[in-house]
Design a protein around this ligand. Structure first.
Ligand SMILES: Cc1ncc(COP(=O)(O)O)c(C=O)c1O
Length: 358
């Protein structure tokens, strides 16, 4: 079996965890603060606030903007549901827009059509590791804050700029399948210290000093154990992303000539980090997926349904998303992670050719 994803935990991660175990400081501490500094610096921004996961990173970024009832937040129709659920947690209305069929990312033209005087934030998602059209998004946004969902885009470049460095903030996930992991974990990065300080207060019971609670807050902190793993994973991220890019290149070379498959489109100026390698199978995707699984090739459909079609979101939706809906019927992701070897890629390509042409 060639799995679709597999986290890589090596000697260094194990030593980092033991260092924290021996320190006795397991919850928030210097390890978390160092991880915040290092990850922010890597992402080309000044500050970071580490949190419990990517969903809480999005939640706290919106909460720090005081998003609440009566407000609207624009996001993509095609992503993991966590790109939108925090909008509902805060009592605001999610406003979904359709995507670019080539990149799978939010279509800036549709953002312009969806903006109203109630729009309080825009959340583009850098899906599968490729940045959204940020020039278009920022232009459409005007003065409205842009919060990038970077859960799948650690180290991804847009015209030389890192994911998370272009809007007001970037929100990352360190879930085990991501390009780097802390087990569970997340981070908000921003150049705006006031915004990051607000998130640090909100993640810790609204506390500004011991037992001095400025507001109602949450407990959404990152542990020192997670931060120690994250610091180690960050050191290896560039190397691991290079392997993903190599694998993506080999897959595209092999799959490109096969009829009925569309290999990933890379928008000019983008350097994606291939969190997923996602192709379109123009007809019969589910049958191809079934046969791949039978033959031991890991694969998955991200995502079989749009976010607005989920029952939780339906009450807020009164339009359709034809591009995203077609992508739901056609996309399939194939193994591209750093443990996939060139031999594995030959196997994947040969198997798909056999299925498609056989
Ligand atoms: C695009 C996107 N946004 C948000 C999240 C939520 O991150 P987490 O699972 O760490 O809460 C994920 C990941 O699962 C994701 O892929």
């Amino acid at each position: 079996m060639i799995p679709l994803a597999r986290p890589v935990m090596e000697k260094e991660e194990k030593e980092a965890v033991m260092r924290v175990m021996d320190s006795g400081m397991l919850a928030h501490g210097p390890e978390v603060e160092n991880f915040e500094k290092e990850f922010a610096e890597y992402s080309g921004v000044k500050h970071g606030a580490a949190v419990s996961n990517g969903t809480s990173a999005i939640h706290l970024a919106l909460a720090a903007l005081d998003v609440g009832p009566g407000d609207e937040v624009i996001t993509t129709s095609f992503s993991f549901i966590a790109s939108a659920t925090p909008i509902l947690f805060l009592g605001a209305k999610p406003v979904f827009v359709d995507i670019d069929p080539r990149t799978f990312n939010i279509d800036p033209k549709k953002i312009s059509e969806a903006i109203t005087d109630k729009t309080r934030a825009i959340i583009p998602v850098h899906l599968y590791g490729q940045c959204a059209d940020m020039d278009g998004v920022l232009k459409a946004a005007g003065d409205v804050p842009v919060l990038d969902d970077c859960a799948q885009a650690h180290g991804s470049l847009y015209k030389g700029k890192k994911a998370g460095s272009m809007g007001l903030a970037g929100m990352f996930s360190f879930y085990p399948t991501k390009n780097m992991t802390t087990g569970e974990g997340g981070m908000v990065v921003s150049n705006d210290l006031g915004f990051i300080e607000k998130i640090r207060i909100l993640r810790n019971h609204g506390q500004v000093a011991r037992y001095d609670h400025l507001s109602i807050g949450y407990n959404l902190r990152m542990t020192s154990l997670a931060a120690a793993i994250g610091r180690t994973q960050l050191e290896k991220l560039e190397g691991k992303n290079e392997l993903r890019k190599r694998n993506a290149h080999l897959l595209t070379e092999g799959l490109g000539p096969i009829k009925g498959i569309e290999t990933p489109f890379i928008q000019e100026g983008n350097e994606p980090v291939f969190h997923q390698y996602t192709v379109k199978i123009l007809k019969g995707r589910d049958e191809v997926a079934r046969k791949l699984t039978e033959k031991g090739i890991g694969n998955k459909v991200f995502y079989p349904t749009t976010i607005p079609s989920s029952p939780a979101m339906k009450p807020y939706v009164n339009n359709t998303f034809p591009v995203a809906e077609e992508c739901c019927r056609q996309v399939i992701s194939l193994p591209v992670h750093p443990l996939v070897t060139p031999d594995d890629i030959d196997t994947i390509v040969d198997t798909i050719r056999e299925i498609m042409e056989g």
